[in-house]
Structures are given as C-alpha cells and as structure tokens.
Design a protein around this ligand. Structure first.
Ligand SMILES: Cc1ncc(COP(=O)(O)O)c(C=O)c1O
Length: 401
C-alpha cells in the first residue's frame, strides 16, 4: 500500500525540496504528536500562529458554537455578522489609538495587498518604501516588497514604484519623500533573524512620514497579540501606524487577517470605485469567532506581561560556546550560532530530541524560537536543556572530523 509519506510527496505541492515531513496525528496545548505517538514540544507555534498553544479550550468552544449558528452567508461587508462586529469593537477598544476600522481578510499577504491599495488610493501617490530583508508575504505585491532579488527574480516584472531602505538606517529615511504613498515595515524584523528597532527608529520613521504626508504601515503579522510582551509591538515602541496589519496568531489556529486604519482613511476603500477591493471569505464567521476568543484570552490575566519573564529565563539558560547571541523581542527569538555549519545539526538534533525549532528565511546562522506564549517555566527549562544538548551534538560532529 502506498504510504502517506509517498501520497504527500506525490500529490501535495511542496514549497521546497526539503520538507520536515512530520506526520501529524494531533496537537494539544504545548505539544504536537506524530502518527508514531512521538511527542514534540512546540517551540515555533507554526511560525507565530499558535500563541495560545494548540486547541485552546476557549477557541474550540467558540468555533463549535459558531458552527451551530451559521457558516458563510454572503461576501464581505454585505451582512451584519455578530463575530465581526464583536471582534472589531473589542480590537479597536484595545488599540485605543484612533485605529478604529477593521477590514477583515484571510491571510497576512492579503492584509498587505489591501493596505497597499488603500495607501495608494488615500494619498493619490504610488511609490512605496519597504525595508531590505523584510518579509511581507508571497503574493505579487508582497513579492515586490521583498528586497532579495534571488527570491523575486523569477517572478518579474514586479509592481513598479517600490524602493528599499535598510531597516534601522536613519540616513535612508530621506528617501521617503512627497511622492511616497506609504512606508511598510515590521516593527521587529522577523525573517532576517529577529532585528528589533534601534534608537527610536520607528518614531523617526513616523516623524518622516508625517513630514512628507506618507502613510506608515506596520506589519504586525508576526509581532501581534502579545508575542513581544505587549499586545502589539507598536505599543512597546511608542508609535501609532496609519495602517496596522494583523494575521497569524489572530485566529488562534484559524485562518484570518485584517488591516486596521482610522475610519477617515479606511473610507477611501469603499468609494470611487465602490467594490474596488473585495474578498469572498474575509472575516469568515467561524474564523472571526475563533479570533474573538483569542483576543479575549490574550488580553485577560497575566499571559502578556509574563512573556518578559519567560524571555529573561531563556536568555539566562541559553549559554553555550557555539551560541554567539540570542536576539529577542519578547518570545520572538533568534539564536545565532558562532558558525553557519552548526545550524543544520542543532536544528535536526533538537527536533530528533522532541522539540520543534526552525530556520529563518533570510538568516543562515540563526534558528527561530517562538514558542506558544502559554509555555511554562519548566517547559522552558526542558526546551533549553534539549537545545544545549543539540549544541553539544553539533560541536561533536565537527570534533570527530
Ligand atoms: C511579517 C509577515 N508579514 C506577512 C506574512 C504573510 O502572511 P501569509 O503567509 O499569511 O500570507 C508573513 C508570513 O510569514 C510574515 O511573517
């Protein structure tokens, strides 16, 4: 009989020649289980998605309850649906900074697409500034925002009008000018291996945008919902964007995203032309019910403030001769090794020992640590012990040669 593994390889499209090939049976809380019954401690959250762990009871209950009411009824914005209005009200109340209108979509890339269209329409300009080594998704607009030509070359021609600047380079801010519709950036760059802003960089971007009338779009698709130890990273770094992008952990494991802006800006999307930006499944009632349960759960109790204690503990434990540094903003972490050759061995051996870590898109010396925020102190100690053993293993591989 043909194995599931072969069916997967034959019929499920692969995004790289090297899939992790973990055959999933179920997942609960901090753990994922494969079909052989092996337990894995999840230290990735499916790339910053499962911040409340897997199958959080509040999310499962919200999904089940919505399933019994209705699924899809009509495309975006035509029907008044309870999960959407409750979510938009609670989110904008939590934001409490003028970002009071929510356009629901399905994915992060779709939030990027909508935000760029809105910025062009609102400003009447078409130039966009994006940062080198940023990742904003893989649709054509998001692809144009990517600076690394080795990725985007195959998909040319690209959307015109995009210029790249280096993240954290204040001198480059002069490139934001009166022709710029928007600057899009992540408050903490994720895929370059966790690069937090330095020297009030985000505030300086904000000032420059205000000066020339460009919009500031903050992509909080990875940093949102407590990941950095604050509900949103822009609160941590003291800026308010014109357009905020959210997705990933927003749905607690269900697919949903949004771009959020002040109503006076968002209004531009609904007129001249009307229906100029629409989406069939944006704000799907079941996903939005899951998102509402997620937002209610992350904002109650001490889950978010506890992130900073957990971050500190990881820093204190991850000391090894092949660990060069640990960069972080809350529980969004990159562990940089002294030499690139160790990386594959550390990642593979950590997974072998039953803890899931992963690579970054644009950093070949660091691995990603982004555990569910619910991880407890004992699980952190266990995770770090496994990682340190993997570092020993990697070192020994080269001592043997
Ligand atoms: C910062 C950031 N923006 C946008 C995206 C794109 O999101 P999606 O994969 O849901 O389209 C990602 C995905 O990893 C991301 O990390």
């Amino acid at each position: 009989m043909i194995s599931k593994r072969d069916l997967f390889l034959n019929h499920v499209a692969q995004t790289s020649p090297l899939s992790m090939m973990l055959e999933i049976e179920r997942a609960e809380g901090m753990h994922i289980y494969d079909t052989a019954g092996k337990e894995y401690l999840d230290l990735n959250s499916g790339i910053s998605v499962s911040s409340l762990g897997h199958r959080h009871p509040a999310i499962i209950a919200a999904v089940k309850s919505q399933l019994d009411k209705h699924l899809h009824t009509m495309v975006y914005g035509e029907h008044i649906q309870s999960p959407q209005i409750k979510y938009a009200s609670l989110l904008t109340q939590e934001l409490n900074n003028g970002l009071d209108s929510v356009y629901f979509v399905m994915t992060g890339s779709e939030a990027v697409e909508g935000a760029i269209k809105l910025a062009k329409k609102y400003t009447g300009r078409y130039n966009i500034i994006s940062c080198a080594t940023a990742y904003h998704g893989s649709t054509m607009t998001a692809e144009a925002l990517r600076s690394d030509y080795s990725f985007s070359r195959a998909f040319m021609p690209s959307m015109p009008g995009v210029r790249h600047i280096e993240f954290n380079d204040e001198d480059a801010l002069s490139k934001i000018d009166h022709k710029t519709a928007a600057v899009i950036l992540e408050p903490v760059q994720a895929e370059s291996g966790v690069n937090p802003p330095q020297n009030d960089y985000l505030k300086k971007v904000r000032e420059r945008c205000d000066k020339v009338g460009a919009l500031m779009i903050l992509d909080e698709i990875q940093t949102g919902f407590g990941r950095t130890g604050h509900l949103f990273a822009h609160k941590k770094y003291g800026v308010v964007p014109d357009i905020l992008l959210i997705s990933k952990s927003m749905g607690g494991g269900m697919p949903i995203g949004a771009f959020v802006a002040p109503k006076r800006i968002m209004e531009y999307i609904s007129d001249r032309p009307a229906l100029g930006h629409i989406t069939t499944f944006g704000g799907h009632p079941v996903c939005t019910a899951a998102a509402l349960a997620t937002l209610e759960t992350v904002t109650e109790g001490t889950l978010i403030p506890d992130v900073l204690e957990k971050e500190k503990l990881i820093h204190s434990l991850l000391k090894h001769q092949i660990i060069k540094e640990v960069r972080s903003s809350g529980l969004m972490m990159a562990v940089e090794l002294t030499r690139r050759k160790y990386l594959k061995h550390v990642v593979n051996n950590t997974i072998e020992q039953g803890a899931l870590i992963d690579y970054f898109l644009f950093n070949n010396k660091s691995f990603r640590l982004a555990p569910p925020l619910i991880i407890n102190m004992d699980q952190i100690k266990k995770a770090c012990k496994i990682i340190l053993q993997a570092c020993d293993y990697a070192l020994n591989q080269y001592r043997k040669d």
